[in-house]
Design a protein around this ligand. Sequence first.
Ligand SMILES: Nc1nc2c(c(=O)[nH]1)N[C@H]1C(S)=C(S)[C@@H](COP(=O)(O)O)O[C@H]1N2
Ligand SMILES: [Mo]
Length: 227
Amino acid sequence: MAAPHIMLSSPRKAALMNAYNDRMFELKTRAAEERKLIGRQGDERAPPGQKWVKEAPVLDLGTRPVVRPDLWKLVVGGEVARPLTFDWKLFHKLPTVEVTEDIHCVTGWSVRKQVWRGVPGSAIVQAVRARTYAKFVMARSEDGYGTPIEIGDFDRDTVVLATHWNGEPLTRDHGAPVRLVVPHLYFWKSAKWVKQLWFMETYAHGTWEGRGYHKRGDPWKQQRYRD
Ligand SMILES: Nc1nc2c(c(=O)[nH]1)N[C@H]1C(S)=C(S)[C@@H](COP(=O)(O)O)O[C@H]1N2
Ligand SMILES: [Mo]
């Protein structure tokens, strides 16, 4: 059965999303503040202020688009020599990696050893021949979400445009058919339902950065909020 391909481009929908995002930001900030009050973690491997949990909860803006692989497209452009639009078939011609990494959400939970399989960020950078002066990649998603990532944080073999998680195809809730995973940064940088990667010379805010979250988000440096 044909599932709707959700577009969030009309001004009315954008306004609704903004109101919704503001509310979510409030709730998430409160959750993060409460977690900060939780004492020692007793585990040296967890970044400061993080607590290990067994499973990643589902966390997003509340809109969970259904994106059919056969309708999915990944537009890669901006400051690149060779802009490319990947459909499912072309995407699968790219090299793949499998990485096992811990993930860390800014709201205080971390999960050990998650297995991600997909196309490494480094393969995308090569395929489109990103300009040397491109300094950031903006990841944009089907639900209107966006987040900027420094080139040095994206152009790695451990950054994955993931189709699989812990051996299973990604589920809709966790960003199917393709989500970005930047395991060494807070999990808000790992855009679900990714549909565009835009190389930029200068920094621009994404959804959470525009609401006070840190530009980079290194969990080991506790880069949660902007100073
Ligand atoms: N498209 C999209 N990606 C997103 C989000 C979102 O709202 N929309 N939320 C981010 C945040 S804040 C977190 S913690 C993780 C949660 O991922 P999960 O639901 O797979 O655990 O997704 C990130 N990626
Ligand atoms: Mo998050």
